[in-house]
Design a protein around this ligand. Structure first.
Ligand code: ZN
Length: 1008
């Protein structure tokens, strides 16, 4: 034997010894390199150097196979993946993926769309050359499994395809921009999958198509790289937090999988569906060292197929087992993530018959190597974390990449080994979705052609369309049976039942007119439609006490449109046709010069107001009749509008102005294209981002400025009519809004475009130091703005701010420690339909609520009014007579006490004569706050989600119009604009805007 052979022989022995502890099932390949394939020694040495502990790597990634023609990530990065100090821009990651594509027939790069700021998104397919040649043929096979109707639901036919098809495993990286490790891990993973000849990796390559979107939030990634580079250039300074990620939202970009309002969601959704992928695996960073939250914790989403729940268990358990066997600490699969909300990006797969997966790995928010000290609960050993993370370690981005790549490789390998089962499951889940009307119901959801908000109905249908749900339309009227109401057991509520006897019997059928939209449940993607349109109930008794996200989202309720859940299978046999193009017919009807548009709180009305900026538009304050038709208050009158222009605009917007026979003289006030300022802080821009997105989609123009800017604006009223101050979100306390971050120490934190940070600003805002807040000068400017006649619209924490700085005398805000309304849909009731804020709304309005705050009114300035908790006082004192009799005093005639004034929880308390006597604090009736909407009674509060101890907020005001000087501060306890899911309450904001100088219309004041 010559020397080289000896070393090879020795190496084989070493490898065998090394792998001996891993017990493998029959036929399974061991993880580890192919000794016949040379290793890129230099690259491997650097990987080893940057790995901070020998157990922070695995036999799968502790070497890099060498290739003669395929470039390693070093060719682009100048160092290895995960090297300290290196964070590539998205464009560089793409450049590398395209280098791979050029060098290897095993890699193909696809462009999958662009972001809001015009950056490209890509998907990289890695598989064997043969598989990539047959992509289209394979796609056609998978499409049949995805839609079993094409196989007449024939299992034997499906089996034939299952035996041949190559499944697709889709991996997405860096949706959360400060979670920085995935792009380099995925560059190296793509290289390994293309080059590695070890049996373990070759099996993956030959068996499946791995599809990779290395950067999901591309705009945010480039900002993050800018920040990181700024940090490298100023190593001794604090560096700015990533205050903007994408154009609109930050972390919430991973809560958009229901509403599909962001480009990144739409692009990943389309890619997932068009590839007929089986898995969507999304990569995140937060907890140490790898939390595979695929199994997560309860409650599980109620609409997923149980087959999926079982797949989660299998994949998650195996993932942990394999990595534990490699000796990698801190890998676990249970934990605090509940799987209730379908808003996460990965859930695209869960509700489209695939498998959703998510990793939280450990990251340093950049690629510095740092000493990290964990919290006790993070390093504690628990039943699901038998090999927990260490209390204190040096942690590098290379460690992160080792964990991420190892996890992905064991997942891909396990998935490939069981791919026939997973493909069969994919088919079975689709088939069960199609059989849903028969096996579990409902048969369909119907959105009636009678809808009085057709433009909002259309928006809801568009959401379903983006979800790839099939939509049909009735071609004739159909009557369906309604489910029989269950008889309530007699008991406590006997009295109520007594009353019920006199009520009209519940209808037993319902007719839907021709043109009604039908969402059939016998289609492959029925589950996503069901999950969005159904109601949610989260029990206050649920063992899960900390819901991870929103608990309710029912789209029909939040859009304020009628959605009927139909269980009668007859609906499916009704004559209908598929609809692919959605539109609402609009345009001018009739002859005349005065046009009326009914107001049903459709946001499109505001779009029209701004579209026809110079048109004379008025809002009618009282009911009037024309040509036998009654028009309600809020109806919009257009006088002398250019007919052609009006026709074109309303056609596009789906609105229907009707010409009136004669000019109307009903009382009306102007409806204005108010000049809007959308105000933001530098604390957080995410929650207001959803507001910007809503206004942009409605094409309503606004200025966008920070609290710092308005503090320096001499006369806000001169420039603006309305200032929208959406919720700040976490950290939005009065103290933080006014004071910002500390400036007495530290260095300025600039958010500006410079040659070193070219991507920060985009079309958003800039500052030379994002630390200062509104300041007391700013508070004074806001105060002057309102007292000069401006309208300040505040929501949740900004309403608390406005109250806290004294802009809302007569409105007190508070919070309840024991109440839990966690992102739920709640009922509200109209109190003052004459307020222009309420134009177009009916008696009941569903709204999004996240724990208030609780508003209470007061008629006496600056005195506290306790919010009402628990039952009212009332029982008479001990004495003579019956419960309802007056007491008496011996020796004199009985006297009747004057009646105590009674107030509802939403009302201004009546002022007693005693209180009024020489009291300068009594607010004159005309200046007291006006309640527009209140929360429903406790028993009617919950519509969807979790409401626990809702009595604390029940009946309290939900939307209040408070006067201040010549202007108004409008306060929302609900959040009317949230994640593109609440279009039913948008008009509360838009009405405020358009009626800003007539908010007192219809106001009726108390006499005293
Ligand atoms: Zn994340």
């Amino acid at each position: 034997m010559n020397p080289p052979q000896v070393s090879k022989f020795l190496l084989t022995i070493i490898l065998c010894v090394f792998f001996a502890p891993f017990l493998l099932a029959d036929g399974e390949s061991a993880a580890g390199r192919d000794p016949k394939q040379p290793v890129d020694e230099a690259y491997t040495a650097k990987m080893k150097k940057y790995t901070t502990e020998p157990f922070f790597t695995s036999p799968l990634v502790n070497y890099l196979p060498a290739s003669k023609n395929v470039p390693t990530p070093e060719a682009l990065l100048g160092d290895v993946a995960g090297a300290p100090g290196i964070l590539p821009y998205a464009g560089d990651v793409y450049k590398y993926m395209r280098m791979l594509e050029k060098a290897s027939p095993r890699v193909k790069v696809f462009s999958i769309g662009t972001t809001e700021e015009g950056r490209e998104m890509i998907a990289v397919a890695v598989s064997s050359e043969e598989n990539l040649k047959r992509l289209e043929d394979n796609r056609a096979k998978l499409a049949k499994l995805a839609d079993p109707r094409t196989l007449q639901l024939n299992d034997a036919e499906a089996d034939k395809i299952v035996a041949q098809a190559v499944p697709v495993y889709y991996i997405t990286g860096t949706i959360h921009s400060p979670e920085t490790g995935a792009p380099t891990a995925l560059m190296e993973l793509a290289y390994r999958l293309a080059v590695d000849e070890s049996p373990y990796v070759k099996e993956i390559r030959d068996g499946i198509v791995t599809l990779i979107t290395p950067v999901v939030e591309v705009d945010g990634r480039d900002r993050m790289v800018d920040i990181y580079k700024w940090h490298l250039a100023h190593p001794k300074d604090f560096y700015p937090p990533l205050v903007y990620w994408g154009k609109y939202v930050a972390h919430d970009n991973n809560r958009d999988a229901m509403g599909v309002t962001l480009k990144l969601t739409e692009n990943v959704m389309n890619t997932y569906v068009q590839w007929n992928a089986q898995v969507l695996h999304d990569l995140h960073e937060s907890v140490p060292y790898l939390y595979d939250n695929t199994i997560g914790d309860g409650p599980y989403n109620a609409w997923i197929d149980p087959i999926l729940a079982d797949e989660w268990q299998m994949i998650g358990a195996r993932n942990v087992a394999d990595m534990t066997k490699f000796g990698m600490p801190g890998v676990f699969a249970h934990g605090n993530f509940d799987t209730w909300s379908p808003g996460y990006l990965m859930f695209i797969a869960a509700l489209h018959n695939g498998i959703s997966r998510l990793y939280e790995t450990f990251g340093n928010g950049g690629s510095d190597t740092l000493e990290r000290t964990l919290e006790p609960e993070e390093y504690a050993r628990t039943w699901y974390k038998q090999n927990p993370p260490l209390p204190k370690v040096m942690w590098s981005q290379r460690d992160n990449n080792n964990y991420e790549e190892t996890g992905l490789l064991v997942s891909l390998h396990y998935f490939n080994e069981n791919k026939r089962m997973f493909l069969k499951n994919f088919y079975a889940k689709a088939k069960r979705s199609i059989e849903k009307p028969k096996t579990e119901g409902p048969a369909a959801y119907v959105l009636t052609a009678d809808e009085k908000r057709p433009t909002v109905q259309l928006e809801l249908l568009r959401v379903l369309q983006k979800q790839h749900v099939e939509i049909s339309r009735l071609t004739s009227v159909v009557t369906v049976a309604l489910p029989a109401k269950k008889e309530k057991k007699p008991g406590k509520a006997d009295e109520k039942n007594e009353q019920k006897k006199d009520e009209k019997p519940e209808p037993t059928t319902k007719a839907f007119p021709a043109g009604s939209y039908v969402i059939r449940m016998d289609q492959p993607y029925s589950r996503v439609a069901d999950a969005l349109l159904d109601h949610q109930y989260w029990s206050p008794e649920d063992p899960q006490k900390t819901p991870y996200d929103d608990t309710g989202w029912t789209f029909g309720e939040l859009y304020g449109v009628q959605v009927a859940r139909v269980t009668d299978g007859k609906i499916l046999a009704a004559p209908m046709e598929r609809v692919t193009e959605l539109r609402v017919p609009g345009g001018v009807k009739g002859e005349g010069t005065v046009f009326a548009i009914e107001n049903h709180a459709e946001p499109a009305l505001a779009s029209l107001r701004y579209r026809l900026k110079d048109a004379d538009m008025q809002a009618v304050e009282e009911t009037f009749e024309s040509s036998g038709k009654k028009f309600a208050p809020g109806t919009i009158l257009l006088k002398g509008a250019d007919r052609a222009q009006l026709d074109a605009a309303t056609r596009e917007l789906g609105l229907q102005p009707v010409a009136l026979g004669s000019a109307q003289n009903a009382k009306a006030h102007p409806l204005r294209a108010a000049r809007i300022l959308l105000l933001h802080t530098w604390l957080s821009t995410q929650t207001e981002g959803w507001w910007r997105l809503a206004l942009d989609k409605l094409q309503i123009p606004y200025d966008y400025a920070s609290t710092q800017t308005i503090a320096k604006t001499p006369d806000l009223r001169e420039k603006y009519d309305v200032i929208l101050f959406p919720p700040v979100g976490s950290g939005g306390s009065l103290n933080n809004i006014v004071n910002g971050l500390p400036t007495s120490w530290g260095n300025p934190l600039p958010w500006q475009n410079t040659p070193g940070t070219p991507n920060l600003v985009g079309k958003n805002d800039a500052t030379d130091d994002l630390r200062p807040g509104l300041g007391w000068d700013g508070v004074a400017k806001l105060q002057k703005f309102v007292s000069d006649g401006g309208v300040l619209l505040t929501v949740m924490d900004t309403a608390q701010f406005a109250s806290g700085v004294g802009l809302t005398s007569g409105v007190v805000t508070s919070i309840s420690e024991k109440m839990k309304i966690v992102g739920s849909v709640v009922g509200t009731r109209l109190i003052d339909g004459a307020s222009p804020i309420a134009y177009g709304y009916g008696e009941k309005v569903a709204a999004y609520c996240d724990n208030g705050p609780i508003f209470s009114l007061n008629s006496i300035a600056a005195s506290r009014r306790r919010r009402r908790l628990g039952p009212e006082k009332g029982a008479r004192p001990t004495g003579r007579g019956t419960k309802d009799d007056p007491d008496f005093a011996v020796g004199r005639l009985g006297t009747e006490a004057p009646e105590e004034p009674e107030n509802e929880a939403w009302e201004n308390p009546a002022v007693t004569d005693e209180q009024r006597y020489n009291n300068p604090r009594v607010i004159p009736p005309a200046l007291r706050a006006r309640v527009v909407l209140r929360y429903a009674d406790a028993k009617d509060l919950l519509i969807s989600g979790l409401v626990e101890n809702g009595g604390d907020i029940a009946q309290h005001p939900a939307v209040v119009d408070a006067t201040f000087g010549k202007g108004h501060v409008v306060m929302f306890s609900i959040n009317p604009v949230w994640r593109g899911e609440t279009q039913g309450t948008y008009s509360l904001v838009l009405n405020t805007v358009m009626n800003y100088d007539s908010l007192n219309a219809g106001r009726k004041d108390d006499e005293k």
